[in-house]
Design a protein around this ligand. Structure first.
Ligand SMILES: Nc1ncnc2c1ncn2[C@@H]1O[C@H](COP(=O)(O)OP(=O)(O)OP(=O)(O)O)[C@@H](O)[C@H]1O
Ligand SMILES: [Mg+2]
Length: 237
């Protein structure tokens, strides 16, 4: 579904991605783990066309999207829930969700909204509340819900568990599991919470300073001594 080959991304002279290769197959949950500054967010922003690749190729559903504009990439079926959630704080929950629906068919708006509310009943209860006054967990639900309103086939999630209490983290990961298993949504997930992410994911990649250093099934990576030492038994998990 998604194939990334030899992607290099720069911020000015800083090379944040140094030749990244990865693929995501339809129906998978794929986790990308790595320490602060490894380049995980840059990878998602490169896929979305926010920080386009300077070299390499990104192919989605057999289309080369390497140099495509973000809005066109969204129309092709990729949605991103960015790091730090970035919901619209002064808009209500419903208005935030409406913003996510701008690229999708208005005729399916009600169905899509019902899907989001079924996944996150809390958002239905809070539909009139301003985004900025939601709890951290609710804001994360809203960020995911907003991404789902564009009817993606591939959902990109940047650190959905960031800053959340363990119980809320569990709820968010359960919701991602349901989105994948019940809605057949393909998910590429970036996380510092390696333990949860690798347990949820079918496959995973480890990124270190702009390069993929390891890949395997979620279970293989969970049991890998190097992954354990660096991401599971240290301060990251
Ligand atoms: N706008 C920017 N301008 C310059 N350098 C940047 C910019 N954004 C990110 N970088 C640099 O690119 C590298 C990768 O950053 P990125 O945000 O992708 O890391 P990350 O893996 O998502 O980290 P974290 O886990 O802390 O979110 C870092 O060295 C960072 O300082
Ligand atoms: Mg990041």
């Amino acid at each position: 579904m998604l194939r990334i080959e030899g992607v290099h991304t720069f911020y000015g002279a800083i090379e944040a991605l140094k030749g990244v290769d990865l693929h995501v197959e339809e129906g998978e949950i794929v986790a990308m783990i790595g320490a602060n500054g490894a380049g995980k967010s840059t990878l998602l922003m490169t896929i979305c066309g926010v920080t386009p690749a300077r070299r390499g190729q990104i192919v989605f559903d057999s289309n080369d999207i390497t140099a495509e504009r973000t809005d066109n990439i969204v129309r092709r079926g990729i949605a991103c829930s960015p790091e730090g959630r970035r919901i619209f704080p002064r808009m209500s929950v419903l208005e935030n969700l409406r913003m996510g629906a701008l690229t999708s068919d208005p005729a399916r708006y009600d169905d899509n909204l019902a899907t989001v509310f079924e996944l996150f009943p809390r958002l239905k209860e809070r539909e009139g509340q301003r985004g900025g006054t939601l709890s951290g967990g609710e804001q994360q639900m809203l960020a995911i819900g907003r991404a789902l309103m564009s009817e993606p086939t591939l959902l990109l999630l940047d650190e959905p568990s960031l800053g959340l209490a363990p119980l809320v983290v569990k709820q968010i990961f359960e919701a991602i599991h349901r989105i994948n298993s019940q809605r057949r949504m393909t998910v590429l997930l970036v996380e510092q919470n390696a333990h949860h992410a690798l347990r949820l994911a079918h496959r995973g990649y480890v990124m270190v300073t702009g390069q993929i250093t390891m890949t395997g099934t979620g279970r293989e990576l969970l049991e890998n001594p190097e992954v354990k030492a660096a991401y599971l038994e240290g301060g990251h998990a």
